[in-house]
Design a protein around this ligand. Structure first.
Ligand code: FPP
Ligand code: MG
Length: 298
């Protein structure tokens, strides 16, 4: 089924009748296709599920193209980012093309479905704006961080599950909560992996969030646990390139204070709620997606 989604995206792009766009699209790495898998699992019995999955993956790919320009990221999913190989202008325009073609196809769905997905893209953009703002300085505000990751990451995953549920005639409210929890947990696990994994494993530079200015959940918990001297030291690392000694200090303190474990438990708790919801609906495959996402190492 996932291969059908890939084919559908290629078909959408092919309709644009532009060789360069076809080539650029083919050069993009695929990633985990979490959103497509969700649509297919929720609405497996409905033929339009493939089109909806393709639309959402195109919108998601567009957001990552723009995000890499905003973050000045040189790698994405283990390969050079499009802004690195073709330049930022190409990456922004390619993002715009994927985004608008996705929308052109989205309006063909039931109005409620189109509204849910379109609304989530607005949230995603506000979330990205907040992320940029929060990166100006070290941010110890837990609530602001949680709001931001809900908007930046979870809103589209929530909309993915809810719109697929509508397509399949299922209770969209239950699936929305499932998607929201999965999305927030997904982002927290991402934050943890940035600290615990190697660059090779991640396909992007490791321990890079704080260097980029991002005070993610483990850093907020670490800040709360440190004494005044520790706090000052941590804040002074914000937005700077970190040498091995500093990285090691962060890793050690993350373990010693339990900050990493606390972040992990937060993700687990959200994940367990999502699993319980899906077991209640007899959706074993959707419960398993959450478990695999929490236990993943890249
Ligand atoms: C990755 O965050 C970024 C997102 C999940 C959302 C980005 C959204 C936009 C740029 C808004 C524009 C939207 C469209 C549809 C054109 P990250 O930088 O924390 O993750 P990363 O490490 O994977 O880069
Ligand atoms: Mg980024």
């Amino acid at each position: 089924m996932l291969e059908q989604v890939e084919r559908q995206m290629r078909r959408f792009i092919g309709e644009l009748e532009n060789e360069e766009i076809v080539k650029l699209f083919a050069s993009l790495p695929h990633g985990k296709r979490l959103r497509a898998k969700l649509v297919l699992k929720v609405a497996h019995a409905v033929p339009e599920a493939v089109r909806l999955a393709a639309v959402i993956e195109m919108i998601h790919a567009a957001s990552l193209l723009h995000d890499d320009v905003i973050d000045d990221a040189q790698t994405r999913r283990g390969v050079a980012s499009l802004n690195a190989t073709e330049g930022s202008k190409q990456a922004v325009m390619m993002g715009d093309i994927l985004y608008s073609k996705g929308f052109e196809e989205l309006v063909g769905f039931d109005e409620k479905i189109a509204k849910i997905v379109a609304g989530a893209v607005t949230q995603l953009s506000i979330g990205e704006l907040m992320d940029v703002r929060l990166s100006d300085r070290f941010n110890p505000d837990l609530d602001a961080y949680m709001r931001m990751i809900y908007q930046k990451t979870a809103a589209l995953i929530e909309a993915t599950a809810a719109s697929a549920a509508l397509l399949a005639g299922k209770d969209e409210k239950i699936y929305a909560v499932y998607g929201r929890n999965l999305g927030i947990a997904f982002q927290i696990i991402d934050d943890i992996l940035d600290i615990t994994q190697s660059s090779e494993q991640l396909g992007k530079p490791a321990m890079h969030d704080l260097e980029e200015g991002k005070t993610t959940l483990p850093y907020i918990y670490l800040y709360e646990a440190l004494d005044e001297t520790g706090k000052e030291k941590l804040v002074s690392f914000h937005g700077r390139t970190l040498d091995e000694e500093r990285k090691n200090w962060i890793r050690t303190m993350m373990e010693e204070t339990g900050a990493l474990r606390k972040a992990y438990f937060h993700a687990r708790e959200l994940g367990e709620e999502a699993v319980a919801l899906m077991r209640g609906e007899n959706e074993e495959a959707l419960a398993e997606i959450v478990e695999a996402m929490i236990e993943r190492d890249f």
